[in-house]
Design a protein around this ligand. Structure first.
Ligand code: ZN
Length: 315
């Protein structure tokens, strides 16, 4: 546990180091070359030895993007993000895009950070995990808006619970609706600029947006997850095939059924890395069939003895 806490702490530090040089030269606003000499220098890319039409186009476009980025970059900017931006095949042209790109490409770090930030906020007083009653398409118009208690509720247990997205617990602008913590410039999670106040125009951390996308569609990040498992199937230990699939170790319907009362920041772990595994497709098919069987027998039990459900029996 202590080890994990230390890792989270390290991640947070890595994600947000204040460049000492930039801090010292706050007024001067260092150039890209001064900030990161090795990466900002032109003519060091792998394609530079034999410039083709495509690479000259890329170079020209990158030079323009870097010029735009340099112009809008504040004196203090996370070094890790800048290093990432300048190493992209096509450099993001604004600080905000650089931050977004950074988290999109460090999805597992974003997942850990978002859960660590949520743990800082804790579960809001009086909150319990609930699902919305109606379907989104039947809740159009004023009727849906009037019911504040229902506003912001997820409609499925496949979406992670997010208390601060629900109207009664919303913290308002300047706070992240995923984790509840203050949001600073460029959607950053730490006040690197010492402004002391959150960015009133922001409602999400860039890291939390990336984490949220990961939580609701982890299959989009199968590559990162495979790499993390050393390309071995989490169940059989055999080499992962190209058709391998992302699986929730504990299926989400069971979280809703059995773990619903757990405190909120801990709940998020079931959508994140701690509950995700990549398994070969044949194994996943068997696991899904077993889970479907379990759900069918649950439905039959719920229907009571003698209340035969032919549809459930047929599954
Ligand atoms: Zn957040």
């Amino acid at each position: 546990m202590a080890k994990r806490a230390a890792r989270v702490k390290t991640d947070m530090a890595e994600a947000g180091p204040v460049e000492a040089k930039a801090k010292a030269a706050k007024a001067a606003r260092p150039t890209l070359a001064e900030r990161l000499p090795a990466l900002a220098a032109p003519g060091t890319g792998p394609g530079d030895a034999s410039p083709s039409a495509a690479s000259s186009w890329r170079e020209a476009r990158n030079a323009a993007a870097r010029a735009r980025l340099e112009k809008s970059l504040p004196a203090i900017f996370p070094t890790s993000v800048l290093r990432h931006a300048l190493a992209r095949p096509l450099a993001p042209p604004t600080p905000r895009l650089a931050v977004e790109s950074y988290w999109r490409h460090h999805i597992l770090r974003a997942d850990r950070l978002a859960r660590a930030l949520a743990a800082r906020s804790g579960q809001p007083e009086g909150w319990t995990w609930r699902l919305g009653e109606g379907r989104p398409d039947t809740r159009r118009g004023a009727a849906a808006d009037e019911d504040l208690a229902e506003k912001g509720l997820p409609f499925s247990f496949r979406v992670p619970p997010a208390p601060f997205r629900e109207a009664p617990h919303a913290l308002g602008k300047g706070h992240c609706c995923v984790c509840g913590q203050p949001v600073y410039r460029f959607g950053w999670h730490r006040d690197l600029w010492g402004t002391g106040t959150p960015n009133r125009n922001a409602a999400w951390h860039a890291a939390c947006v990336a984490a949220w996308k990961f939580w609701i569609a982890p299959a989009d990040h199968v590559k990162e997850l495979k790499r993390r498992q050393g390309h071995r199937c989490a169940q059989s230990g055999k080499r992962l095939l190209r058709t391998a699939e992302v699986d929730h170790r504990v299926p989400l319907y069971r979280i809703w059924r059995e773990e619903r009362a757990r405190p909120w920041p801990a709940l998020l772990g079931y959508w994140g890395l701690p509950n995700l595994q990549v398994v070969n497709r044949a194994i996943h098919v068997d696991k899904c069939a077993a889970e479907a069987g379990e759900r069918a027998s649950m439905r039959r039990r719920a229907a009571g003895p003698g209340a035969g459900d032919p549809a459930a029996d047929a599954e």
